[in-house]
Design a protein. Sequence first.
Length: 567
Amino acid sequence: MARPEKVRLGDLLIQQKLISQDQLVFALEQQKRSGRKLGRVLVDNAFVTEEQISEALAKQLNIPYINLKYYNINLEQVRQLPESQARRYRAIVLEDRNKMLLVGMADPTDLTAFDEISRILKRDIDIAVVTEGQLLESIDRGYRRTDEISGLARELSEDIGDSYVDFGAMSDTVGTEEAPVVKLLQSLFDDAVQIRASDMHIEPQEGRVMIRFRIDGALHLQTEADKKIAPALVLRLKLMSGLDISEKRLPQDGRFQVRVRDQGVDVRIATCPSQNGETVVMRLLRQDGGMIGLDKLGMPPEMLKRFREIIRRSNGMVLVTGPTGSGKTTTLYSALSEINTIDQKIITVEDPVEYRLPGINQVQVNEKIDLTFSRVLRSALRQDPDVILVGEMRDAETAQIGLRAAMTGHLVLSTLHTRDAAGTLFRLVDMGTPRFMVASSVQAVVAQRLLRRVCGSCSEPHIPTPQEAEWLKVEGVPADELGGLLHGRGCSHCNGTGYRGRMGVYEMLEMGREMIEAAAHDSPTHFLEVARQSIRGKSIMDHALKEMKQGNTSVAEVMRISNQVED
């Protein structure tokens, strides 16, 4: 292919009537001040989308535009171009067309990049236009560090040999960054962040150590290596998190921060002794990517409107319930970020602190020094707060202090582990809280679950299996509403799982007059009847089935959560 021509992007977008002259002048001024590329400035100001820029360039240069969302990447082809060059020149190798390589470029008018890529690949190249956002995502997937991790694990195993080496002792030595154990851990963190893993598991087995990542709620094997590297990894991680490296018989937990790909990651670590050595589980919390706006959570519009009104009240308790890993903390922090204004004093009491929010006083519970939930909560009430977030209602004492605070002019947000919204108030009563206190303090209970999204890059129509068809029939889903069912075939975008990303499904029980009277009633059955009547048609299952019919999730996913929420 001939070298592409140089194109003035602003003139091109005006010529194709995608932006106005005024918008271009404004963007050029911003570009001068910030030094950013013109295309990025235009996209950030919502004057034009990345797709529109790419399609305009493709049309002008008479080359194809490829939507990478629907392109199944070949890892062998991608790696012909080193990762550093791919990121620098915003390019990715897509196909080998015998005489030529097809290369996707975010800026096909960058002549320097074109010449350098041709030189590195030592081949003639054909160019296609791709959007920068999709390109960077594809680079993240294409340059997984699996081979590098396996190689570093072997190197570490050879370093250890047959004798035991205390790599933990290297913490204070010079040049530690070059130690195989450090390089291996850095590569593991890089890979985990690159593929959006929420947890990393290091599990010694008989003769080998297994390293797995949790992605979108499901565990995936990253690598297996010689078991003798496990103690070195555990020791290094204990040092990083300030744990006792001599204690191998008792569970320990802690936290540390790592810098991965120019972003801060909070790591919560828990060790546990097992038959084959200490296992380690690490929860990865990205400091810049954890917060989600309330309107992005996926609550039904009517429920979102009511929830927003409730969290702006000056007193009462709002509870979010669901099993571990159902996104409760994310929902509460989304609510906090919405009401976090200069005139509100907000205190959180957590174990551990999961998200960092500016302007909020966050307190970490520490049982070892008797800094318990109830003790911190009592202290917090003397700090003149308007809003208090209690990480979890773990015991009767914490629940009662929280409910009293809700009755005396504070908004209290907290979580509880219950199956559904209706059962939450009974859980509080079971914990020894007086019924009148529960009835008069609780404003609303939100129950939630997380469903995996069908991968948008490999989704295809799905005909229910006989078991699924029978289940749908029991759930009362008419056959004529099953036309939009989808499932994921599995592709490079979703690591072959058919799912990419997750979504929340919700129900909310609001404590109106009728519900308060029912909660104060002696008969639990009466309350449950009133509660279930109140959320009829708006339950978690109703929400999940709606998302399934719209093709956002699969029948199998909805069946999975139905076991958790139904009798």
